[in-house]
Design a protein around this ligand. Sequence first.
Ligand SMILES: [Zn+2]
Length: 132
Amino acid sequence: MKTCLNCQKEYPNKREASKFCSDKCRVAYNRKHPKKAPVSELQMQVLYNAVLELVGKSGRIEEKPAIASKTTYQPIITQQLPQVAIQAITHKYLEDKQEVTNADEHKSWLKRLNDDTRLSDEQKDVILKSRL
Ligand SMILES: [Zn+2]
């Protein structure tokens, strides 16, 4: 005889590994004791995106000094992104790069990277020279 983990009643031991008297008890027990699932890749991506969004909101935008030409005005994000955000952006670019199949797609990928105000020129250079 074994004791059911859920209802504590004794039951005939059918299998060595069994812990519950019935499927009902197994389901009930597992519901009360949920296992922590490992974080999936998708959940990780969602997390990254949330971090990026938060960081984007907290980045202060300053105007350039008045001497700067009006036509070249661009907002400057003065706050450096945390390393994890940079890595996420870098990874995304490298992933996208893998999906590039022709010159046009490569051009638009390159333009997107060059126009990305979240990254410094050095960081863009790293992305250009890296592979996944
Ligand atoms: Zn039971």
